[in-house]
Design a protein around this ligand. Structure first.
Ligand code: ATP
Ligand code: LTN
Length: 339
């Protein structure tokens, strides 16, 4: 049972897909905030494997990546004594609530989702219904736990808006069933850009040279950053519109070192892009080093990772089932008892 103090705490929910090795984009935009929040909130962090299969996955890779993501979660500082970490497919309420919410979501709303349009263009041979209703499953994830806030990168803003719309629509018909969640999106770092095309977001399913993986060795980090696209005017200045490549490197430095942009730009004034790239590599390598050594330790103990996920799923299930039963009752599904 939760004590009074715990129930007074607000709830945070977020999820990451086990669709590849996480990038510094996932880290800067989302993951690095997860451990910070665990001191103040009840935090629930999910490995959203059901979302991952909206794109074809190799079964052995998917299975392995779920455990790897659990190790990354823990290595980032998430404490399983303070938070719940688990796999989405271990809690069947997600899929059940998603079905119900599908019946409260309009085709037109889903057709406007830019992630759907992007992914449909990228995977033109497999535009499946799951890819289309992806945001509904995400709404179910969040609403099952009555989450107050959801830390995500800027690309998920639209999905948070549709989640709020679905919750409000449901509440307006059936009364106050769902908490309407707020997005938690930071000003700097919520959209780390691709190293090769800084007008597009860095994505873990893009070609290798576009991103830095959380597990990249220092040599690989330096090599990729050295080849990152900049521009030809040679001036180091933060101006995302006109200098997307340089500004992307500056934001990476600022978010990873905690230094403000003005200080960094002041220090870099008059220097060349080679210096900027060295400074970026140093910041990335220093930030990844503790995470990588902790990851190596954790990934060696698969049984511990699995036990952590299973005990997380049990806790998650007991919260999720309460919301699901309430929803089923409200919409008039057959009762489970006559009392
Ligand atoms: P995929 O390429 O497989 O679609 P992805 O790299 O976009 O995956 P997700 O698992 O969909 O990653 O996202 C996990 C979290 O990381 C989300 O909160 C998302 O907003 C955030 N995120 C993803 N890419 C970036 C980025 N480039 N900059 C900042 N945050 C990001
Ligand atoms: N859609 C998200 C991943 C995701 C998520 C969630 C994030 C699935 N369910 C619930 C926050 C809350 C993505 O593509 N990044």
């Amino acid at each position: 049972m939760m004590d009074k103090q715990e129930t007074a705490k607000k709830t945070i929910f977020s999820g990451i897909q086990p669709s590849g090795t996480l990038t510094i984009g996932n880290y800067i935009g989302a993951l690095r905030h997860f451990p910070e929040l665990q001191e103040t909130y009840n935090c629930i962090y999910c490995i959203v494997d059901e979302h991952a299969i909206t794109v074809r996955q190799n079964p052995a890779d998917l299975r392995r990546r779920c455990l790897e993501l659990a190790a990354v979660y823990l290595a980032s500082g998430i404490d399983p004594e303070k938070c719940i970490i688990y796999c989405q497919s271990h809690v069947s309420a997600h899929a059940e609530l998603a079905w119900i919410l599908n019946c409260f979501t309009y085709m037109g709303e889903l057709q406007r989702m830019t992630q759907f349009k992007d992914k449909a263009a990228k995977h033109a041979d497999n535009i499946n219904a799951g890819l289309f209703t992806y945001p509904v499953l995400m709404a179910a994830d969040i609403l099952l736990y009555q989450a107050d806030a959801v830390p995500v990168g800027a690309d998920q803003k639209q999905h948070l808006e549709i989640t709020r719309d679905i919750a409000q629509r449901f509440n307006s018909i059936y009364g106050d069933v769902f908490t309407v969640p707020e997005p938690l999106i930071t000003k700097v770092g919520s959209r780390v850009m691709s190293l090769q095309d800084p007008t597009r977001k860095m994505s873990k399913s893009d070609p290798e040279e576009c991103f830095i993986s959380l597990l990249d060795e220092p040599d690989a980090v330096r090599r990729k950053i050295k080849r990152a696209m900049t521009d030809s005017d040679g001036e180091i200045r933060f101006d995302p519109e006109n200098k997307p490549g340089v500004s992307n490197l500056l934001s990476i430095i600022s978010t990873l070192t905690g230094e403000d942009m003005e200080t960094i730009c002041g220090e870099m004034a008059g220097k060349g892009y080679g210096d900027l790239k060295n400074r970026t590599s140093d910041a990335v390598i220093a930030a990844l080093e503790p995470l990588q050594s902790e990851y190596k330790r954790l990934i060696a103990d698969k049984q511990y990772l699995l036990d952590t996920l299973l005990s997380g799923a049990e806790k998650a299930n007991s919260i999720a089932i309460r919301t699901l039963r309430k929803v089923q009752k409200k919409i008039g599904f057959a009762p489970r008892s006559l009392k």
